[in-house]
Design a protein around this ligand. Structure first.
Ligand code: ASP
Ligand code: MG
Length: 406
């Protein structure tokens, strides 16, 4: 007998037929003799609609009341799923986030979970009843309703699995797992059987769209084995696990890309102490995130060029901020380019293997692709290239690292 938390996303519970389908997946685990708790999202589109209602009445709705409204989508689906389970003979009952309770801090609309009450669920499990629990919902110590931020149901599920000491947290969604690259671009992409938490966190475009980042962080902290799998197809998914659970670790597990990049270069910046602080300080104050940064050693000791990237939507604002402080900074000119893409190779195996970056540079050079900026972390090498080469670069790298499906 295993203890399992199953989580179903918005598309999976999008209408009564789909909720019936979810009920059969829960029943299957129950019939195997497992103890099961289920976490559900709101029906697809519901949360957007609820947010729209609050915005229709105010540009800046009271955050407490905003959470009272947007948390209701999940209350509908817990009740509906409990009904669907009962109607196929599976004993079930729903619990709201404040009944359990799922205790959070008071940061409305993006609250963090501080603890999950498991008493009620454990009692249900002991009696062979399925507890159906809402994702996304929480409650503060002084009794106000909170929500966890968009996509927060994943985090609810992992937090519950951690609190229940569950053997697995199965996240049922509309994709059937995590791939070595975006299969819409790289037709030879393969589904990964396993991936580490760290790789999942590094691969924003592979990972974060599949699972909320905070859910992965929580899984890593509490060693919750997370499985990502499809609600609609009966095929094995991808298991997100600790590194030591992966027997044959590939050096590189995936190639990712992000088009949400823009490059800004400041030409002839004075090469003296305090300049970087003077440039990046105002950007940070303006809430503009800077990602890759390169600065050269100046040849003449007087000036140097400084290049960095921001997300595409922030480019115009970043330039405004820099121009406003331009006179005091004393650079000559700003150049910018929104038509760039960041391509990354990711893998925990590169910690112990040399030559990963070299193969990336060689492969891109053979395709005549110019590298504009490079950055690395312990388990990732990223390059900035012209956006037109996205597909070519992804496919060539996928082949070069031996990731292609046969
Ligand atoms: N219903 C919430 C949202 O749409 C939470 C979730 O589905 O994960 O963001
Ligand atoms: Mg989701």
């Amino acid at each position: 007998m295993a203890r399992i938390v199953q989580k179903f996303g918005g598309t999976s519970v999008g209408d009564p037929d789909r909720i019936r389908n979810v009920a059969t997946k829960v029943k299957r685990e129950v019939d195997r003799g497992n103890q099961v708790a289920v976490v559900v999202s709101a029906m697809a589109g519901t949360t957007d609609q609820l947010i729209g209602y609050t915005r229709a009445l105010s540009d800046r709705p009271d955050p407490c009341e905003y959470d009272v409204v947007v948390s209701t989508g999940e209350q509908v689906t817990i009740g509906l799923l409990a009904i669907a389970l009962q109607s196929i003979g599976v004993p079930a009952r729903s619990w709201t986030g404040w009944q359990l309770p799922v205790r959070t801090d008071g940061v409305h609309a993006k609250a963090r979970i501080e603890g999950v009450g498991t008493e009620a669920i454990l009692a249900d499990m002991a009696q062979g009843r399925v507890a159906v629990v809402p994702g996304f919902q929480g409650v503060t110590d002084d009794g106000r309703v909170t929500t966890l931020g968009r996509g927060g149901s994943d985090t609810s599920a992992v937090a519950l699995a951690a609190a229940l000491n569950a053997d697995r947290c199965d996240i049922y969604t509309d994709v059937d797992g995590v791939y070595t690259a975006d299969p819409r671009i790289v037709s030879k992409a393969r589904k990964l059987e396993r991936i580490t938490y760290e790789e999942m966190l590094e691969s924003a475009s592979l990972g974060a769209k599949v699972l909320q980042t905070r859910a992965v962080e929580m899984g890593m902290k509490h060693h919750v084995r997370i499985q990502v799998l499809s609600s609609f197809e009966d095929v094995p998914g991808t298991l997100v696990v600790d590194e030591d659970e992966i027997v044959e670790q590939e050096i590189v597990s995936g190639i990712t890309y992000s088009r949400d990049e823009a490059k800004i270069t400041l030409l002839k910046v004075p090469d003296q102490p305090g300049v970087a602080a003077a440039i990046f300080g105002p950007l940070a104050d303006g809430n503009i995130n800077v990602d890759m940064i390169v600065q050269n050693v100046s040849e003449d000791g007087a000036t140097t060029d400084l290049t960095f990237t921001v997300s595409r939507g922030d480019m115009a604002r970043a330039i405004e901020v820099l121009e406003a402080s331009g006179r005091t900074l004393g650079f000559e000119r700003i150049a910018s380019d929104p038509n760039v893409v960041k391509v990354s190779v990711i893998g925990v195996g590169m910690r112990s293997h040399a030559g990963v970056a070299k193969l990336m540079f060689q492969t891109l050079s053979e395709k005549g692709i110019n590298i504009q900026v490079i950055s690395t972390s312990e388990i990732k090498v990223s390059v900035l290239i012209a956006e037109d080469y996205t597909e070519l670069a992804l496919r060539a790298l996928h082949t070069a690292y031996g990731l292609d499906a046969d």
